[in-house]
Design a protein around this ligand. Sequence first.
Ligand code: LIP
Length: 272
Amino acid sequence: MTPHSVPAPSPADLAPLLQLATDIALECGELLRTAGPPRAVEQKSSTVDLVTELDRRVERHIVERLRATRPDDGLLGEEGATRDGTSGVRWLIDPIDGTTNFVYGYPGFAISIGAEVDGTPVLGVVHDVLLRETFSAIQGGGATLNAMPIRVNALADLSTALVGTGFSYGAQTREAQARALRHVLPAVRDIRRRGAASLDLCWVACGRLDAYFEGDIGGAWDIGAGSVVLREAGGLITSLDGGPPAPPALLLATNPALYETFRALLERAHAD
Ligand code: LIP
């Protein structure tokens, strides 16, 4: 007996959820722009993996707003919010993606709110707090930057690709990542390391980067929103084996023209 297939939600079904996520992300951006510097900075998995009272305050605000409007949804947040829902919708929350940048006052941190329906990412909002840029997308509805449509670029020559990446909070993993980078750096135009996966994915989506790869990122909350923005902008995001992205496993994101050559380069770079 074939399982009862639930039809994928339409853009019209998802529009109210996207509006809710957008409203909340903008509220949190204003909260961070007016809160001043964090007063309490703590370490998590290592001395360089930071969390502040504002990460926790923003996550609480997001959870409270989502629970008030959609009490039956599930939740997964970087700073501990977790709840099994009954609606089939699960929200993926990174309250401050780029926490190290935030602590230093270094531009490049965002509020990332994504949602999946029955395990499939279907919408995302990534709000860059200092640039006041809001990337958003719903499945089947395209991707936008401040309400203007965006698309990945069409670059096909890997040797002229501007590539984003990032590094682990663990020293031993970073050493392996540096070895892999020795293979990548000479083969591309240049590398950019911005420090927020959600923004890296959105910058590929709008053509500011040609490709992005990273291993050992925290979890689904890092890519829950940005992956939908990227896909709806015409990009591809997969694990190194071509399957669905599965943090902390290495993932790559790029336009379709670069995908195979970029994936082959990363396979060679990580074969050591
Ligand atoms: C960050 C990621 C980024 C990675 C950083 C950090 P966080 O997430 O978005 O891609 O390179 O090391 O993990 O911890 O700021 O939410």
